[in-house]
Design a protein around this ligand. Sequence first.
Ligand code: NG1
Ligand code: ZN
Length: 533
Amino acid sequence: QLPIESIRSLSDTHPKPPHIRFQYGTAGFRTLGSTLDSVLFRVGVIAGLRSKKFDGQTIGVMVTASHNPEQDNGVKIVDPRGEMLEAAWEAHATTLSNAPTTNDFLEALDALVRTTKIDLSKPARVVYARDTRPSGVALVSALEDGLSAIGAEGRNAGVTTTPVLHYLVKAINTKDTPESYGEDSEDGYFQKLGSAFQSLVSGRQPLEPLLVDCANGVGALAALSLSGCLGGSLPLILENTAIQSPGALNNACGADYVKTMQRLPPSLADRLKPGQRACSLDGDADRLIYYYLDERGIFRLLDGDKIAALVAAFIVDLVKSAGLENEVKVGVVQTAYANGASTKYLSGRLPVKCVATGVKHLHHAAEHFNVGVYFEANGHGTVLFSPATQAKLAAHQPSTPAQSTALNHLMNLTRLINQTVGDALSDMLLVEAVLAHRSYTGVEWDSLYVDLPNRLVKVVVQDRNAFRTENAERRLVSPPALQAKIDELVRRYDGGRSFVRPSGTEDVVRVYAEAVVRSQADELAFRVAGLVY
Ligand code: NG1
Ligand code: ZN
């Protein structure tokens, strides 16, 4: 039986605001923080039920709105293996969050328990965390009310990054098992990353200091803890660490700003010396964008596609050096936003798959490779080593010292890389390890291929649901005839490519365009936007 009275009395203190429709989208619930009280309460109850469904395994809840402005907030649920919530439950979460009254909420809960056959006598455990947004404090206490309403045991992981929360979920659920993922604490995670990184770079030329733009968010705290676990192997210069300054979060800084504006955060203008590497995290530290100033002081972007190219080529070489090239196949997963030049570069070397936007899709596609490298152009991604591949690495008997070294590096990569979700800090160490091995500066890395100039614009439309796509979102099927008009325009641009899709996180339609010449990419984007409007 559902604890109806306890849910009822607490639910009444977290009423759903009328006239707002919530949606569990690609990044969970995400909107103005001040409207999310009832959603957090209900997510607490849902997470408790989800845990019961998994026989008391721990479920994660992360309170964040990532790269969005400070006044926004959001919440997402993490499944027992540290992965995103299963799609069917996204729909349940949407339904439950929109029940107008407490009675409707109780009825919907009852229906969920029956249709998904939840055994309510099972225990429920939930670990939760938040980013540095001021609205997070009250939202966490609404979440805690939801947990106590359903009788779930809560563990507060405090203020930390999204990927740390994912890690904790997996570490807690594998604790004391042969698959143990590591110690279930933030410090345990950073120790694990730090030791894998130090093994990977030991004996190499020491790395030049790296400038890290922390977006004035939780990444500032995490990067500081991490740097304490690196044993001086990588000096970090932390910038934009003002987590207490109202309005500073993601404001004119952070990975999303740098990628979208294709420019340096103004706050770094006097900080970055030509040739020096720098990177930006986003507000919950799961996205990473690199950049540098060339010898003329011109800003050069090293985005998620460049990270994928750097990392995939490195892993392919290690696999070959370890004598495993016939047994371990490396593949790359991208979305339509990947720069055309990156797709060309990669597909000449490896299998490359294109999937719909959203980490979930990339992650699932990457699981089909022995080693799946996935990065969104915006800097969100990671590398997955399949369980069979990890077993193969562990069992492989190297026949030369060179094979043994390469094998060791591969094993350290499996420890350095967060296998549950993209992590800006783990990815940063990955990039730095590859640069150290290759003796690359930003310039050499950048020259793997030359990006096609591109432009991404948002268009506010009456109804973004009128826009439906096919072929991994590269073509529109509706509104009718619009795709034919886009095709007609694209044909007129040298190296032109453009596509239109509805955003899953904002009430807009996105238009992407690229072409051989900068001005043409801009023009194409704005003309396609004109067709959409
Ligand atoms: P939408 O709003 O669906 O385009 C954005 C990003 C995605 C992904 C999600 C989740 C772009 C063009 N889109 O999705 O890649 O990161 O947010 O955060 O960058
Ligand atoms: Zn993020």
